[in-house]
Design a protein around this ligand. Structure first.
Ligand code: AMP
Ligand code: ZN
Length: 480
């Protein structure tokens, strides 16, 4: 069995396989770098990262390209408000984005092209579309895509012509400028926007005069550059991008090249916070730093954001974060119990077992692996893992059996991008009675009295203390 995924284009589950060659071509719309990414953005990026990991574990190499949107109304306005050049401003936020991605254990994409670095390619694409009759320039030096010239327009979102709304500039729904009066049709969208005074220094020369590309264009141009103009296998983004952004990418690319733009489309449902849509006004637009400040480690955030199935809206709550924290602790205990059987310590777990090297047989964890391959069902996969852990975190295995189970477990953790024993905790000295309990638990563990050791561990957890075992002893950390 290979990896299967729900494809928005065909509205069905499809097997993922490269259209040609061995490597799967996977493009994702990346962040708009005008501030820190929020946990909704990260939900989408983490789901994409997890899918890539599953494909790699399954033996399919992936070329994963995720762009940086460094040129749009938001980056321009915000850089101006802060008195910075666009490049200085977007470089800062791109670096912050990378730091957050690293903390969340996301694999770096194979390439991260940016819109500003692809102006000539975008201009060339517009020229091609004009040449083929799919675009037209207006008097003010803007260029629009002629939606009526592409019969298949609406294929992805399944919107009929009459339902097509006036094209918006971005996913936030900012409408086109009011002075775009000379468009042939209200559904035509901007490929090139003539220079406006409020753009300041952010303009480029083109055959139509000074201006800048429209937002939708960048992805078509960057897909061409990254994948040599060939049909790509998979394109991802949050569900809000399906229309108009992805519909417009298809129109631009297919009209320019005359062949399919992309085989499968991968959209993830939105993240809600405590049952509400995220918004600045509600004060629920959390960033990774916000959650770290509240004491949650990035691995707990990752767990929370990938634990729900990607096609369903995920309701982010602080209770959920706490539950993820104890779920991670349970996974750590399972690993520790098995490591004790193999005679290894937890320090070596991530280094020795958490790899993309899939075992031939996942053994007791086969269901958990199948769930990931069957439409990235992370919820079912985690459920199957906890089913195996059950009430017996140290199954009756010999060292060889424990090693085999650790290998399967490590591979699943790699696919989920979860690293154990990394939870950051506040270090303060534990009170004497807590240290005494922890010492009793350590002694029970040395005596292989697992039942007692677990009981004492739970008692410590109930008092808010987490035990971290090393080779020669334990450390106590305050549960965050
Ligand atoms: P942006 O930085 O606004 O360009 O968005 C980056 C990615 O985050 C896109 O794929 C969006 O669809 C996605 N996204 C935005 N808001 C949410 C949300 N609340 N939940 C999940 N994904 C989101
Ligand atoms: Zn895009």
């Amino acid at each position: 069995m290979s990896v299967e995924l729900y494809d928005t284009l065909s509205r069905s589950i499809q097997t993922l396989a490269p259209v040609s060659g061995d490597t799967l071509r996977f493009y994702c719309c990346g962040p708009t770098v005008y501030g820190p990414a929020h946990i909704g953005n990260f939900r989408t990026f983490l789901i994409q990262d997890t899918l890539r990991r599953v494909l790699e574990v399954d033996g399919t190499p992936v070329k994963h390209v995720r762009n940086i949107t460094d040129l749009d109304d938001k980056t321009i306005r915000q850089s101006q408000a802060e008195g910075k050049t666009l490049t200085n401003f977007t470089t800062y936020w791109t670096e912050k984005f990378h730091a957050d991605c690293d903390a969340l254990n996301m694999l770096r994409p194979s390439a991260e092209p940016s819109a500003v670095a692809h102006i000539p390619q975008q201009i060339a694409l517009v020229e091609k579309l004009i040449e083929k009759g799919h675009a037209y320039a207006t008097e003010d030096g803007s260029v629009y895509f002629r939606v009526g010239s592409f019969e298949d327009y609406g294929r992805l979102s399944r919107l009929k012509q009459r339902e097509l709304k006036t094209q918006s500039e971005n996913s936030a729904g900012e409408l086109n400028d009011a002075d775009e009066y000379d468009r042939e049709s209200a559904s035509d969208f901007a490929l090139w926007k003539s220079r406006k005074p409020e753009d300041g220094d952010n303009f480029w020369n083109s055959p139509w005069g000074k201006g800048r590309p429209g937002w939708h264009l960048e992805c078509s141009a960057m897909v061409d550059s990254a994948f040599g103009g060939e049909t790509i296998d998979l394109h991802g983004g949050g569900i809000d991008l399906c229309f108009p952004h992805h519909e417009n990418e298809i129109a631009q690319s297919e009209c320019a090249h005359g062949h399919d733009f992309c085989k499968h489309w991968f959209h993830s449902a939105h993240l809600m916070v405590e049952g509400e849509k995220m918004s600045k006004s509600l004060g629920n637009l959390y960033t990774l730093d916000d959650l770290r400040e509240k004491g949650f480690s990035p691995m707990v955030v990752r767990y929370t954001l990938i634990a729900g199935s990607y096609r369903q809206q995920l309701n982010f709550t602080f209770d959920g974060l706490h539950a993820s924290q104890s779920a991670l602790t349970k996974l750590e205990r399972f690993a520790e119990a098995l490591l004790t059987k193999t005679g290894e310590d937890s320090d070596s777990f991530n280094a020795s077992y958490v790899t993309a090297n899939a075992p031939d047989d996942f053994g007791r964890l086969a269901k958990a692996w199948d769930a990931l391959r069957q439409n990235l069902n992370t919820a079912a996969s985690l459920g199957a893992i906890f089913g195996v852990i059950g009430s017996n975190p140290a199954p009756s295995l010999d060292a060889g059996g424990a090693r085999a189970l650790l290998r399967a477990f490590g591979c699943l953790l790699y696919a989920l991008g979860l690293e154990l024993f990394t939870i950051e905790a506040k270090t303060i000295d534990a009170p004497d009675e807590v240290v005494a309990l922890a010492q009793a638990r350590w002694d029970a563990k040395q005596a292989k009295d697992w039942g007692k050791a677990d009981q004492l561990r739970d008692a410590l957890l109930a008092q808010g203390w987490v035990i971290k075992d090393g080779k020669d002893g334990f450390e106590l950390e305050l549960k965050s």
